[in-house]
Design a protein around this ligand. Structure first.
Ligand code: ATP
Ligand code: MG
Length: 440
């Protein structure tokens, strides 16, 4: 993409409405604009990152055997009356009337809708287990929308739902999601720690929030430091084997959100192992048994022919919140530092003097070859001052920058900069291509 043709409205000044760094940087880098309180438009740069994050979430759900579908954003109030949640949900639910004065709502979550799909189509235990998910916009009329996409009113969520014949089956589904979540967040360069979370009236230990540690996080959390730097991705996962040992290895060390905090257990840890911090909830997995299948009568015929009420769980990831969480975890004074896996472009080319023939020709050659090799490139071919170009490139945080000036261009040399470390190197064009094209 040539910057001269792109839509990247960067801001030089810090917007006064933004209280935390991720919100500030998303506005400054031209990623989002507020449409109304807690509701955002995604500009091209932000939308690219959103799509990449969504794709990682999707790939890991698919790998775990979860099947993607798409449910609507608008739901009928009657459905929620059946589960008893229409009144309970209170003011967070955005209620709408259609032209026939039928009561509708903008879905804050989808347990009711997915359960009715299940109950109409699945009749026998032989069709179980089933794990279904979608990635869809939700609306919750939060009392205090704030921190940009971190606590919006309209936000993108991945929500999965599991259906099993009994609790043992539901736990297998839970474990699959547990492991898929570990991998999902690790692939985005995040350290997300599963922490015991409140299960409400159902009880049990089958609810975990995945928490990214950050000073600006809204949750108080307590955990064993041993959980912080664990390697997640070096081993492939076989979702057909018993995953309980992996889950146990994560849940044995202490980790809990403040609602479930057990001070006695925490204090028993050696002082050097205690971590008391703040965190951002990026995912939440939850087994709730027959809480919805019971009132909504989601039953299948069991092996003896008698009807069995299915056991369910639901598993959410805050896809749009993740952009904020990643930036909170990865930035410096100059701007965002995107982990490679979610960066909007892999490489930025800065042409310091586009009206110099040697510069322009080297840059367009480089641009063409990188793109031919499948790399996503943002090519700054504008006539802006060098200082402004450097500042914009650092602000938007692409993992690699290639700087081309007239002197280097004459000798076929470019400057390669790694955004994360700030490390710079003068290299010949071919050497730069070698670094920027994996296996190239
Ligand atoms: P919170 O405690 O932050 O209000 P929640 O527990 O109500 O969230 P869940 O129902 O568990 O949220 O939703 C699943 C995921 O969706 C959360 O883990 C979070 O990442 C994301 N999420 C929830 N509410 C919002 C919001 N208002 N804005 C952005 N993301 C959200
Ligand atoms: Mg939650």
């Amino acid at each position: 993409m040539r910057l001269s043709r792109y839509f990247l409205p960067v801001l030089k000044e810090n917007p006064s409405e933004a209280q935390i760094v991720s919100h500030r940087l998303m506005l400054r880098a031209g990623m989002i604009r507020q449409a109304s309180s807690g509701i955002y438009s995604w500009l091209p740069l932000g939308f690219r990152v959103l799509k990449r994050i969504e794709q990682i979430v999707r790939e890991e759900q698919d790998a775990a055997g979860c099947l993607e579908l798409l449910m609507p954003t608008i739901q009928s109030a009657d459905l929620w009356r059946e589960s008893g949640r229409y009144e309970d949900y209170g003011k967070e639910m955005l209620r709408i009337q259609d032209r026939h004065e039928r009561e509708m709502l903008y879905g804050p979550t989808n347990e009711e809708l997915i359960t009715t799909i299940f109950r109409s189509e699945v009749k026998s235990y032989k069709e179980l287990p089933k794990l279904l998910y979608h990635i869809q916009w939700k609306f919750r009329d939060e009392v205090r929308p704030r921190f940009g996409v971190m606590r919006g009113r309209e936000f993108l969520m991945k929500d999965s739902y599991s259906f099993d014949i009994d609790q043992a089956g539901a736990r297998r589904a839970y474990n699959k999601m547990f492991v898929a979540y570990l991998r999902t967040f690790a692939r985005m360069g995040l350290k997300a720690i599963p922490m015991q979370a409140d299960t409400g009236p159902i009880g049990g230990d089958l609810s975990h929030e995945f928490i990214v540690l950050a000073e600006t996080g809204e949750s108080g959390v307590f955990c064993d430091k041993a959980l912080v730097d664990r390697d997640v991705l070096s081993q492939e996962v076989d979702y057909d084997v018993d995953l309980q040992p992996i889950v146990d290895s994560w849940t044995a060390p202490y980790a809990a959100t403040d609602e479930k905090h057990d001070a006695a257990r925490f204090d028993a840890l050696p002082a050097g192992q205690q971590l008391s911090a703040r965190g951002i909830e990026v995912g939440h997995i939850f087994y709730f048994g027959t809480k919805y299948s019971e009132p909504l009568k989601a039953q299948v015929a069991g092996p003896d022919g008698n009807p069995v009420t299915v056991h369910m769980g639901s598993y959410g990831i805050g896809v749009s919140r993740l952009l904020g969480a990643i930036i909170e975890a990865s930035h410096d004074d100059a701007g965002i530092i995107w982990p490679d896996a979610v960066a909007p472009f892999d490489i930025g080319i800065i042409d310091l003097k586009p009206d110099d023939a040697a510069c322009a020709s080297l840059c367009s050659d480089l641009y063409g070859r990188l793109r031919a090799a499948g790399r996503e490139v943002l090519y700054d071919d504008t006539a802006d001052r060098a200082g402004a170009k450097f500042a914009t490139m650092d602000l938007i945080g692409l993992p690699w920058q290639v700087v081309v000036g007239p002197r280097g261009a004459k000798n076929g040399v470019v400057e390669l900069k790694r955004r994360a470390t700030g490390e710079k190197q003068e290299v010949a064009l071919d050497a730069a291509l070698g670094r920027l094209i994996p296996n190239g």
